[in-house]
Design a protein around this ligand. Structure first.
Ligand SMILES: O=C1O[C@H](COP(=O)(O)O)[C@@H](O)[C@H](O)[C@H]1O
Length: 230
């Protein structure tokens, strides 16, 4: 399955295109199966898309939104991906959507793995998965150099705790297997630095050094990369 790449001059043009595409996909899922399941990522890149999606007239009560990964902090913490989704996506029209958190009452994410995995395993095939990519080639919270990376790429579990080598926060990430149980994967990337990282990720197959390659070089799910160069 080849990766299609859509290049845009700026975020505004990318978000306009992506919003139209996601709307159609969610509407089609609801029409065909009565519900749509959308996986989103955190960080900073998705904010303009979230703000636009939140305004869309959709059957939002028939949409469930799930995070691909989470920083293991309270949802009130500035670093929380859940906080980001609640503040920018679950607003306006989209406030009626359902949300499945990756957090739990457990302080230690490693103690919460089974609970979160079971929660995510109960969800059906995702209709759309929106992933980001760090400049180190991580995606979701599958980080190069993390002790748990090999597990994240091979486990049957739907989620796992990860402590990135260089990042201060422990994480909870969906596993490769759970993320690939989907109808469509998108990569939402912005900026020249990410364009260079994407070229490197496409040029070689080694997943350990760039875990994003596990999703770019696979034949199971169609992948579309949306890249804003500025
Ligand atoms: O830490 C994370 O980073 C990635 C990339 O974020 P971006 O702002 O550079 O797009 C993100 O996809 C992931 O959800 C987040 O936890």
């Amino acid at each position: 399955m080849t990766v299609s790449i859509q290049r845009f001059a700026n975020d505004k043009d990318l978000v306009a295109y992506f919003n139209r595409k996601l709307r159609l996909q969610l509407e089609q899922a609801i029409a065909e199966r009565g519900h749509a399941y959308l996986v989103v990522s955190g960080g900073r890149t998705p904010i303009p898309l979230f703000k636009t999606l939140a305004k869309q007239q959709l059957a939002w009560p028939q949409v469930t939104i799930v995070l691909a990964d989470e920083r293991w902090v309270p949802p009130s913490d500035a670093a929380s991906n859940e906080k980001l989704v609640r503040e920018h996506l679950l607003q306006e029209q989209a406030a009626a959507a359902k949300f499945v958190s990756l957090l739990s009452a457990e302080e230690d994410p490693y103690e919460a793995e089974e609970e979160i995995s079971e929660r995510l395993a109960q969800l059906p095939t995702f209709d759309a998965v929106i992933l980001g990519m760090g400049e180190d080639g991580h995606t979701a919270s599958l980080f190069p150099g993390a002790e748990e990376l090999q597990c994240g790429l091979t486990t049957d579990a739907a989620a796992l705790a990860v402590t990135p080598k260089d990042a201060p926060l422990a994480r909870m990430s969906m596993s490769k297997k759970r993320l690939l149980d989907s109808r469509q994967i998108y990569f939402h990337l912005s900026g020249g630095a990410k364009a260079a990282v994407l070229d490197e990720a496409l040029a070689e197959q080694d997943v350990a050094s760039m875990p994003v390659r596990a999703f770019l070089h696979q034949q199971q799910v169609p992948v579309e990369v949306l890249l804003a160069s500025a």
